[in-house]
Design a protein around this ligand. Structure first.
Ligand SMILES: [Cu+2]
Length: 179
C-alpha cells in the first residue's frame, strides 16, 4: 500500500469527524430524523388533553423550551421538507390534490406572534408548496444527509409536515414551553 495515500485518507477521516462533531450552533445531535415517509424524534412527548383541538394527537411530538432550536436531519435516502402548517393549509392540500385529510380538519395554525418556518425559508406555506411543486428555488428540499434547524422563540403549539409525503402522513408537532 502507498503509505502516503494511507496517511492522507486517515487525515481526511479525522478531519471529517471533527467537522461533523461541530455541526449546528449548539454542537448537539439532531432532534428529529427524517426517513422513508416519517419524522422520527429522538424523544417523543405526548399531546395533553388541554392542547388546542387542531393539534393532531397521533403524530410525533417534540417538546422544547422557548429559545431552543430543533434540528431535523435527513437520515434517509429520499428528499424531505419541514413546512409549518398555517391557516393557509387548506390551499396547500388543494395544490397537492389531497382531500378529506382528517388529520387537518381543524385549521392548524401558528401561535400568535410566531413566524412561519420552513426548510428553504419561504414567506409562507403556499409559497413553499408552490416552490416544491414547480421545482423552483430548490423547493425547500432537505436532501439526504443534510439538516434543517429552526429556533422557536414563541411558546405554544406548532404543527408541520413534509410536502411530498403529506399524503403518506409525514407530519409532526413541536410543543414550545415557557422558558
Ligand atoms: Cu418527506
Amino acid at each position: 500500500m502507498d503509505r502516503r495515500a494511507f496517511l492522507k485518507s486517515g487525515a481526511a477521516i479525522a478531519l471529517g469527524a471533527t467537522i461533523a462533531g461541530c455541526l449546528g450552533d449548539t454542537g448537539r445531535d439532531y432532534d428529529v430524523a427524517m426517513v422513508s415517509d416519517a419524522y422520527v424524534p429522538r424523544s417523543t412527548a405526548t399531546v395533553p388533553d388541554d392542547a388546542p383541538s387542531w393539534v393532531p394527537r397521533d403524530v410525533p411530538t417534540v417538546e422544547v423550551v422557548a429559545g431552543d432550536a430543533v434540528v431535523w436531519e435527513n437520515t434517509g435516502a429520499r428528499n424531505h421538507t419541514v413546512t409549518a402548517a398555517t391557516y393557509d393549509h387548506d390551499q396547500v392540500e388543494a395544490l397537492l390534490g389531497i382531500s378529506g385529510d382528517a388529520a387537518h380538519a381543524h385549521d392548524p395554525h401558528l401561535p400568535a406572534g410566531a413566524d412561519f418556518f420552513s426548510s428553504g425559508s419561504f414567506d409562507g406555506e403556499v409559497a413553499a408548496a408552490r416552490s416544491f411543486i414547480d421545482e423552483l428555488d430548490g423547493g425547500g428540499v432537505v436532501p439526504p444527509g443534510e439538516r434543517y434547524e429552526h429556533a422557536f422563540d414563541v411558546p405554544g403549539w406548532y404543527h408541520y409536515y413534509c410536502i411530498p409525503h403529506l399524503p403518506a402522513g409525514m407530519m409532526g408537532n413541536v410543543h414550545v414551553l415557557d422558558a
